[in-house]
Design a protein around this ligand. Structure first.
Ligand SMILES: C[S@@+](CC[C@H](N)C(=O)[O-])C[C@H]1O[C@@H](n2cnc3c(N)ncnc32)[C@H](O)[C@@H]1O
Length: 494
């Protein structure tokens, strides 16, 4: 028996031409929200839903389009304004039947946690600083863009829907439900497609353009993770980029707000298509990308156990701090400068952090930097001398260098092993220990015990913040083991 809000949503879908196969059931649970379940066995290539683009809530389709575009707002900010505008219209919004299904906010997303919750539950994790920065930056966005737009451009609006709390709430809905639709529509809320829950690397459906309209049948749209809010974060986004084929829509839609069926080309359909067998009775999952637990919590408000895409980021600043125990600031500065100069592909100029993978393996760049920090003076001066001439080194030049120097140019698999001298292994250990000292929650075992008594549904914030804490600490533990094993396996070079 479907809930009242689901029945209203289904009626709304049929008015908008959204088709949901009878083979799917939408399940509504008060505590766990909505999920999609197979009512019979499903097979690859079964199309289980079609959604006209005109039914998606985007800047272009919203009644606030003109105001938003004249104010120069686009991207996530513009979409937030569109969503808040439509919400403020209540029953008068063409999306009322969809909006009544959405929660007020995505509670699990730390952006809407209190400052105390952020400080106590995320202390020491990837997200602590990021969320505090988000809050400050988004407050500025609201003050400079959203509030002025609401007070000047929109007439007769219920201003209660445009306060800063409503903006933060809208941002959590956008970060957890938005898709990148196409070049014309940009980002948007896609009714029905946003009801599928996520499973990492094991999804059952893909969200695509209708093959009859797209250039390639494999074009796949995913909940985008090119989040402006997340661009600068270090939360381990490795999600797939959306493919953006250009669909010919008329660009001069004059009266888009009046109804969902004006001017837009309704024939441009989005599809949900099965990519594997799903047995009757099982939940049908989508994927939001291959994301670390920090990225999942940041954008969607949950984490996953045994997430193979989990990572811990080590800030360049932390490498400095741990190196300061042995070296002067001047020494570190000159070695970091050399490391940046040696950068053939020019990626190091902007490097602010290094990834440690879920199995504890440090990124090659970190090993190269630690190796340069450990280089004896004679080799440092040699490298400093040859790189300060500003000319690119040929392969032959590199091969003629002493091995201690040529290593830093290497990309061969064995270079990783060679870089792991005693000092580098020690440095990895101190980095792991320093990073670990940021947690204020006692031992890893204490956190594991606390998780055992925590309910993922009733204590959602506590549960997922503990999951993040534990998964980060496990990775740091694996980094220690990695460094210890490498240190033992290898006689020390210096
Ligand atoms: C796109 S919506 C999916 C539909 C959602 N369950 C609903 O009630 O509308 C994304 C949200 O669903 C929840 N969610 C999705 N996948 C999840 C998972 N694997 N574990 C826990 N929560 C999940 C999170 O709250 C997330 O922010």
């Amino acid at each position: 028996m479907s809930s009242r809000r689901l029945r209203a949503f289904k009626r709304w879908m049929s008015h908008q031409g959204i088709e949901c196969s009878d083979a799917l059931a939408l399940k509504d649970s008060k505590q766990q929200g909505i999920s999609v379940v197979a009512l019979c066995d499903l097979h690859p290539n079964d199309v289980v839903a079609t959604i006209p683009k005109s039914a998606c809530l985007t800047i272009k389709t919203s009644g606030a389009r003109e105001m938003i575009e004249s104010a120069g707002l686009d991207g996530h900010l513009g979409l937030a304004a569109a969503l808040m505008y439509e919400m403020s219209l209540g029953e008068l919004s063409p999306w009322a039947g969809y909006l009544q299904l959405l929660p007020d906010k995505e509670e699990g997303v730390p952006l809407v946690w209190t400052l105390d919750e952020v400080d106590s539950m995320l202390c020491g994790t990837e997200l602590h600083k990021t969320v505090n920065e988000d809050k400050a930056l988004l407050y500025e966005d609201w003050k400079e863009c959203i509030w002025p737009l609401a007070t000047s451009a929109f007439d007769n609006l219920n201003m209660d829907f445009f306060g800063v709390e409503k903006y933060f709430a809208a941002k959590t809905l956008i970060s957890s439900r938005m898709f990148e639709i196409d070049e014309f529509h940009g980002f948007g809320m896609v009714p029905l497609a946003d009801l599928f829950n996520h499973k990492t690397g094991a999804e059952d459906v893909h969200f695509t353009l209708s093959p009859s309209l797209s250039d390639s049948e494999s074009e796949k749209l995913v909940n985008t993770d090119s989040d402006e809010q997340c661009d600068s974060d270090a939360t381990g986004s490795r999600g797939q980029a959306s493919i953006l084929p250009v669909i010919k829509n008329s660009d001069n839609n004059d009266d888009l707000g009046a109804s969902l069926t004006t001017n837009l080309d309704d024939s441009t359909l989005l599809e949900m298509i099965l990519v594997k067998d799903v047995r009757s009775g099982l939940e049908v999952f989508n994927t939001y990308g291959t994301l670390s637990n920090a990225a999942l919590l940041h954008r969607y408000g949950f984490t996953e156990a045994n997430n193979p895409y989990d990572i811990v980021n080590i800030d360049l600043e932390l490498v400095w701090q741990s190196s300061l125990v042995l070296n002067t600031k001047r020494y570190i500065r000159s070695r970091v400068a050399l490391w940046k100069r040696l950068d053939v592909e020019n990626v190091r100029q902007d490097t602010e952090y290094f990834e440690i993978s879920s199995d504890g393996e440090p990124e090659m760049e970190l090993l190269v930097l630690l190796y340069i920090l450990s280089l004896p003076e004679e080799f440092y001066y040699l490298l400093d001398h040859i790189t300060s001439m500003g000319e690119a080194l040929s392969k032959a030049d590199v091969e003629n260098l002493p091995k201690e120097c040529s290593l830093v140019f290497g990309t061969r698999a064995e270079t990783r092993k060679d870089l792991l001298n005693g000092s580098v292994c020690d440095a990895l250990l101190s980095i792991a220990n320093l990073r670990e000292s940021f947690y204020k929650s006692g031992s890893l075992q204490d956190d594991v015990d606390r998780l055992k008594t925590c309910c993922p549904v009733l204590e959602r914030k506590k549960y997922h913040s503990l999951m993040l804490l534990i998964s980060e600490r496990n990775i740091l533990q694996k980094l220690r083991l990695y460094a210890a094993a490498a240190g033992k396996a290898k006689p020390l070079l210096n």
